[in-house]
Design a protein around this ligand. Structure first.
Ligand code: NAD
Length: 295
């Protein structure tokens, strides 16, 4: 079992750190939030006074932070105290450029870093059933895989450093676009007098099928139980979908790659968030399209 520093114990990191402690690792945890730190301690982690204190003597560092600037800041502070063989695993969803810059800075110090963003929400983080998409070299992946598998059900190599983040943003761009398409189709079906259940029964076994329809149906009472059945509470917040769509469309602009559907989905999620629905599940796009801002 390893000594692991875990930085960022929020909605996702709290459950992930708890699972590493449960697996028998010595997890030295830190978060700027005292409440989050106390929860991690109650879940079997050792509370550290700072990120630097958590990282001293660590064989691996896991970070689960809001955005690229937090990740860059934290690793810049940690580099001076990390030992030569420490493995750095960033599970946050961030931009590819920062992921590559952190990995480059790590390599310049003889350290190995991987980006390992996740698919799956807070429940999957708590249950240890996340999917990790990993960007890094062979050595980094081989060393990260056993640690990540104690927090997830699948650990998949995406490619070199930054490839995990690229996979994550491209996947979530598909998700955002298919959710918008699914929502607008249900709204149109309704306006055309088609019963939502009847449309679901047809489209879910036809070429309109997607994960957004059959695993995450945005219509209450249709398909499996989803956040739509809970007034669009819980699930994957619109604000987080918007964050991922901005990462994807910014990356596309930098790469000169056309993403007309991604751009449109981002604009629509900007509008949904601006209508005060940022904390609602992202499938709240359906009532937004159906009823406008007064939903
Ligand atoms: P969160 O805001 O709940 O947690 C982030 C934590 O980081 C907070 O507790 C905050 O206090 C802490 N933090 C910020 N700066 C810090 C610093 N310098 N030092 C120590 N702690 C610091 O966010 P979350 O929902 O846990 O998401 C974390 C990451 O996972 C994000 O990048 C997000 O995009 C990604 N993600 C989230 C979900 C989800 O469903 N919530 C799903 C997949 C991926």
């Amino acid at each position: 079992m390893a000594r692991i520093a875990f930085i960022g114990l929020g909605n996702m990191g709290g459950g992930m750190a708890a699972n590493l402690a449960k697996a028998g690792h010595a997890v030295h945890a830190f978060d700027l939030s005292a409440d989050a730190l106390a929860r991690a301690e109650a879940a079997g982690c050792t509370a550290a006074a700072s990120a630097v204190a958590a990282a001293e003597g660590a064989e691996a560092v896991v970070t689960m932070l809001p955005a690229g600037r937090h990740v860059a800041e934290v690793y810049a502070a940690l580099f001076p105290v990390l030992s030569g063989n420490a493995l750095l695993i960033d599970c946050s969803t961030i931009d590819v450029a920062t992921a590559r810059a952190v990995a480059g800075d790590a390599a310049a110090r003889g350290l190995v870093a991987v980006d390992a963003p996740v698919s799956g929400g807070i429940a999957a983080a708590a249950a240890g059933t996340l999917t990790f998409m990993v960007g890094g070299d062979d050595d980094g992946f081989a060393r990260a895989e056993p640690i990540l598998s104690q927090m997830g059900k699948a650990v998949i190599r995406a490619g070199g450093n930054g490839a995990g983040q690229a996979a994550k943003m491209c996947n979530n761009m598909i998700l955002g676009a298919t959710m918008v398409a699914t929502c607008e189709a249900f709204v149109l079906a309704e306006r055309l007098g088609l019963d939502a259940q009847a449309f679901y029964d047809i489209a879910s076994v036809s070429s309109g099928q997607s994960w957004s329809m059959t695993s995450y149906c945005p219509v209450p009472g249709v398909g499996p139980v989803t956040p739509a059945d809970n007034d669009y509470r819980g699930g994957f917040a619109t604000a987080l979908m918007l964050k991922d769509l901005r990462l994807a469309t910014d990356a596309a602009a930098d790469a000169g790659s056309p993403v007309p559907m991604g751009d449109r989905a981002r604009d629509l999620y900007e509008a949904l968030a601006a209508a005060g629905q940022g904390d609602r599940d992202f499938s709240a796009m359906r009532p937004f399209l159906r009823d406008g801002r007064n939903h």
